[in-house]
Ligand binder design. Structure first.
Ligand code: LER
Ligand code: MN
Length: 270
């Protein structure tokens, strides 16, 4: 397993669960100094920076790009793949596909989190799932063309009502033959939704393609009450060899949160 830390460049996400909000060169330098393997990027969109410049920073600092988020489409533009307005759905899908293209040029997968939206009001669960499936099929194909995966993230009940747990999401991906789409096991969301974190990881097995490494309070591992030994045992059991990426609040400050994360990672991995 490999370590990663989040770098965000979205002003609307200043209060969100991302560690470094400094400039990208500064964030890459801090990640390298602390010994992380990679960074996960949360950017306003694909025009924010040329992928070649990101590649140059990654090479300079000997860091991988673990993944790129798509949540700016929601936090900056209010876009959702399950919006009742067809024009807004198209805009949302174009944004997601453009981030898959961006990540693809870096060999990195894109993540679908908040832009999956939710159903309710005039939109039935079936209708919403049909729209989500259509979008995921396009995203799955686009990721496959780039030779990367697409990452779907079940979120806790306060953020979505599409999928809140790993096992039903894994069955749904299978049912729709979304073979290039993997699941994001965000330990913070799982702490709210899964009766047993280890069991949930074992149930999703090979579908687990990315992990958000966060304690129960969404702070650095060691700050809350999530029991990590059994989580690591389950990840090892399913043969997980991807990233443990710290999508956490920068508390008490970004450097301390990052340092605590890398120490926890090393303690757990060794
Ligand atoms: C995104 O990775 C995530 O976990 C969401 O909670 C962000 O809204
Ligand atoms: Mn997450």
């Amino acid at each position: 397993m490999k370590s990663a830390i989040t770098l965000a460049q979205v002003p609307e996400a200043k209060a969100g669960p991302f560690v470094f909000h400094q400039s990208l060169p500064d964030g890459f330098a801090r990640a390298e100094k602390l010994g992380f393997d990679a960074v996960e990027l949360f950017l306003p969109g694909p025009e924010f920076i040329d992928p070649e410049s990101v590649k140059a920073m990654a090479t300079e600092h000997d860091l991988g790009i673990a993944a790129v988020g798509t949540g700016a489409g929601m936090v900056q533009h209010g876009l959702s793949l399950t919006d009742p307005d067809p024009g807004r759905r198209t805009e949302a899908l174009e944004f997601v596909l453009s981030m898959i293209d961006f990540g693809g040029q870096l060999g990195a997968p894109a993540i679908l989190g908040s832009m999956q939206g939710k159903w309710g009001g005039e939109v039935s669960r079936d209708q919403s799932l049909a729209w989500l499936t259509e979008a995921l099929q396009a995203a799955d194909e686009c990721a496959a063309r780039h030779g990367v995966t697409f990452i779907y993230e079940p979120l806790n009940r306060y953020e979505t009502n599409q999928f809140n747990q790993l096992a039903p999401a894994a069955a749904y991906l299978d049912q729709h033959k979304l073979d290039h789409t993997v699941l994001l096991a965000d330990l913070f969301h799982m702490n709210i939704e899964e009766p047993d974190l280890g069991e949930a990881l074992r149930a999703a097995g090979p579908k687990v393609g990315h992990v958000h490494f966060a304690d129960s309070n969404r702070q650095a591992i060691g700050s809350g009450h999530t029991e990590m030994t059994s989580v690591l045992a389950a990840l090892r059991e399913i043969g997980y060899d991807g990233y443990l990426s710290a999508e956490i609040f920068p508390l008490p400050d970004p450097d301390t949160a990052a340092l605590q994360t890398i120490r926890a990672f090393r303690d757990l991995i060794n």
